[in-house]
Ligand binder design. Structure first.
Ligand SMILES: [Zn+2]
Length: 438
């Protein structure tokens, strides 16, 4: 049998399967974008392959899933420093008004997708304006980009009125298939309970029923948000979302820092998920979600960077580390479950966004979203504990090769589909406009 790709003789394969298997001296074969064989290097050495990747010095693991981000905001990296969420939003909204048109959103998302892939993130749940343009940009770079129409009560920078947002949502499924790219689920993304009225949230929920869509929004990110929603509606954001029918759909909360005990029970009951973003939450002083408690309640917890304007980069390795450190700090070092942290960044992040049956682990039949790390580095030597190495020592500079659905989108640390130099020069030119706002 001839296979398309043979990743041969990997030093380690961190499969993130149910048993948490880590295989040594193993090979992975990919056929038609899916993992067709997984076994010892000797067993698979006989396979005839169109392309062979020699992984003798590499660790292979599933590509990471960034479960909450705003990729186009790479353009605002470092733009709003020394502020809390409210100050951040005021500063960022002014800058967005100055530069974020459709073409800029597409460009910023290309930059974000480039940064994500080069650092080992193969899938991102990405909420931003001009969702068609952002999706087009990310797919061009090769990312498994889970975007979707965004909803605000007010027209916003894209100038869309409410009814136009609804009609965009109605054509999203069609647009997705026109643009192509790796398979992704349909998502609708109302921004939050403080920017979308209960009536509008109910309308999005009804639309989600029609299109079997999933829902993603910011929930209980700060105490101020909870207080605002409480004073307007006399409810927690989660209670409000339940009442308007949003939680009747698979929903992933961005942040979920300040969920009450009953909110957690409610979210778990509905099979919902949380995108835990410790980097952004710590930087903005928002607080920190209780990773252990959410998981213990049965909520799927993914990890996310949030946008670059609040967390400054899209580095999931930093998020892994912070997630582990926060468990040690809040609970105790003995409670840090390294496998759980890795699962949150891969398979559970994938499950949280409805892709758990396709990606997130290295198992036969799954789509080949894989990353290779070169282990020949001072900071990765010696290896006493592979999971500790990944959570506490590895970084994006160690990622050399990346495949999405079996297609090599990063080869020896270089993007294969677009020119990074070209994107960087276009971004620099575009961001000159911001200078006048300083
Ligand atoms: Zn966000």
């Amino acid at each position: 049998m001839k296979v398309d790709l043979l990743i041969h003789n990997a030093k380690y394969v961190v499969s993130v399967d149910q048993a948490g298997s880590i295989f040594e001296l193993s090979s992975i074969a990919v056929t038609n974008g899916r993992i067709s064989h997984l076994g010892s290097a000797t067993e698979l050495a006989e396979l005839e392959a169109t392309e062979v990747f020699d992984a003798a010095h590499h660790l292979i693991m599933p590509g990471m899933v960034n479960s909450h981000t705003h990729l186009a905001m790479t353009l605002l990296r470092g733009w709003a420093e020394g502020v809390n969420l409210q100050g951040f939003l005021e500063r960022v909204w002014a800058a967005e008004g100055a530069i974020m048109d459709e073409a800029t959103c597409e460009l910023g998302t290309e930059l974000g997708a480039a940064e994500a892939l080069l650092s080992g993130t193969t899938t991102a749940l990405d909420m931003y304006l001009n969702h068609v343009a952002t999706h087009r940009g990310a797919v061009r770079v090769g990312l498994r980009h889970v975007g979707g129409p965004i909803f605000f009560d007010f027209p916003g920078l894209d100038g869309l009125e409410w009814n136009e947002r609804i009609s965009y949502a109605s054509t999203w499924e069609e647009t997705l298939s026109e643009i192509g790219g790796p398979h992704v689920p349909i998502f609708f993304m109302p921004h939050s309970c403080y920017t979308d009225s209960p009536e509008h949230l109910a309308e999005v929920a009804a639309l989600a029923t029609k299109f079997k869509a999933r829902i993603h929004l910011h929930v209980s990110e700060t105490v101020a948000e909870n207080e605002q929603v409480q004073s307007l509606y006399n409810r927690t954001p989660t209670q409000l979302l339940k009442e308007v029918g949003v939680l009747d759909h698979p929903t992933i909360f961005g942040h979920g820092v300040h969920l009450s005990e009953s909110d957690i029970v409610e979210l778990a009951r509905t099979g919902g998920a949380v995108a835990h973003c410790p980097g952004s939450n710590l930087k903005l002083g928002s607080g920190i979600a209780d990773f252990q408690k959410l998981r213990a309640a049965g909520i799927k917890v993914g990890l996310g960077t949030d946008g670059c304007s609040s967390s400054n980069d899209l580095d999931m390795w930093q998020v892994l580390r912070l997630a582990a450190h926060m468990v040690a700090f809040k609970n105790s070092p003995a409670e840090v479950d390294l496998a759980a942290i890795i699962r949150a960044a891969t398979i559970e992040g994938a499950e949280a966004i409805g892709l758990g049956d396709r990606i997130g682990s290295i198992e036969i039949g799954k789509e080949a979203d894989l990353i290779a790390l070169d282990l020949r580095a001072a900071h990765l030597t010696p290896i006493h504990n592979v999971l500790a190495l990944l959570v506490y020592a590895a970084g994006r500079g160690d990622v050399t090769d990346v495949w999405v659905a079996g297609s090599r989108v990063v080869a020896s640390r270089v993007l294969t589909r677009i020119s990074l130099e070209d994107v960087i020069s276009r971004v620099e030119e575009r961001c000159l406009k911001l200078a006048g706002l300083k």
